[in-house]
Design a protein around this ligand. Structure first.
Ligand code: B16
Ligand code: MG
Length: 304
């Protein structure tokens, strides 16, 4: 019984009696709503009530205590409430761009459709789904294979076709304004700022910096991975690992946001927590699935 209690206090309440101050670093199991306990330290009696967001501490003498690196002064017999972030120490957000921050799939589709038409290949919106999250040149290769024309073009011709498609795509991007930011994104960026959490972009798009500038939010990202510097495309985890590295955290400390199956596989392959944004088709393997990021609370995600 005593052993169980000690384990509970040291593991879940994160009680540490070794330092100058009584220190707590709580991490309650998800299944527990609340714990309450008393303890005594250097002659002062403490009563704790902890849930996943706050700790209420009452001590019988005025003293100090440390909660998650924060020094807190306690007044004798007066309950003090401390808000805290529970769960794994999440320190960064890694966002895909197209389909998560803004919807440029419609512009990709127009430009690819025009390109395919000019080659005598007919594609539709259902086929376009397969192009989400994959690189420009891979998209072209898929279109050529779909039209049975994969062998008709050499590498140089393919690059020229991809450039041509990109020119039309970039013209279409001129229409983008801050009003095209998808719901929930600005709130997530604000919440991250408030918590001192950095954000990075892990997009297959070489146009990502330009798109973010058009949306007026480029400066809100500490890093944008340059997909041209990568060895592998999604679903390989490389882009997500690089994004986490660039903001100085491990993938396990990051939450990844994706709308494409290839991206979810990359996020999970990197070892991140994956939020899937699935509007039409469900995504396999995401830790949570939403149809919009509107209303999402980082404090809820961090508790998982
Ligand atoms: P670009 P994401 C991806 O962006 C798109 O989903 C995909 O359709 C596109 O082919 C790719 O970017 C490359 O884009 O031609 O601009 O370099 O979803 O990874 O943000
Ligand atoms: Mg995407």
């Amino acid at each position: 019984m005593a052993a169980t209690l000690v384990v509970t206090l040291s593991t879940y309440a994160g009680i540490d009696l070794r330092g100058e101050l009584l220190t707590i670093n709580p991490h309650l199991p998800k299944a527990w709503d609340e714990i309450k306990f008393n303890t005594q330290y250097r002659g002062t009696r403490f009563h704790f009530t902890m849930d996943h967001q706050r700790i209420v501490i009452t001590s019988d003498q005025s003293t100090e205590i440390q909660v998650k690196n924060q020094r807190i002064a306690l007044t004798a017999n007066q309950p003090t409430t401390i808000e805290y972030q529970d769960g794994a120490p999440m320190k960064g957000l890694v966002f895909d761009l197209d389909g998560v921050i803004t919807d440029t799939a419609k512009f990709h589709y127009i430009a690819w459709k025009n390109m395919a038409d000019s080659l005598g290949i007919e594609i539709d919106e259902k086929f376009n789904e397969q192009l989400k999250g994959i690189s420009r040149i891979e998209s072209l290769e898929k279109i050529l294979a779909y039209g049975g024309k994969a062998d008709l073009y050499n590498q140089q011709q393919k690059l020229a076709l991809a450039d041509e498609k990109n020119r039309e795509y970039v013209e279409l991007l001129e229409q983008l304004t801050p009003g095209d930011i998808l719901p929930g994104i600005l709130s997530l960026l604000d919440q991250a700022d408030a918590l001192g959490i950095q954000c990075a972009i892990a997009s297959a798009s070489r146009n990502a910096p330009h798109i973010l500038e058009k949306l007026g939010i480029k400066e809100r990202f500490a890093h944008i991975v340059d997909p041209q510097t990568l060895t592998h495309g999604k679903p390989h985890p490389e882009i997500f690992i690089r994004a986490a590295e660039a903001i100085g955290i491990t993938p396990q400390q990051a939450i990844g946001f994706e709308d494409a199956q290839a991206g979810i596989e990359g996020i999970k392959g990197a070892g991140m927590f994956a939020v899937g944004v699935a509007v039409d088709e469900p995504l396999q393997g995401a830790d949570i699935l939403v149809d919009t990021l509107a209303g999402l609370q980082l404090s809820d995600l961090m508790r998982r």
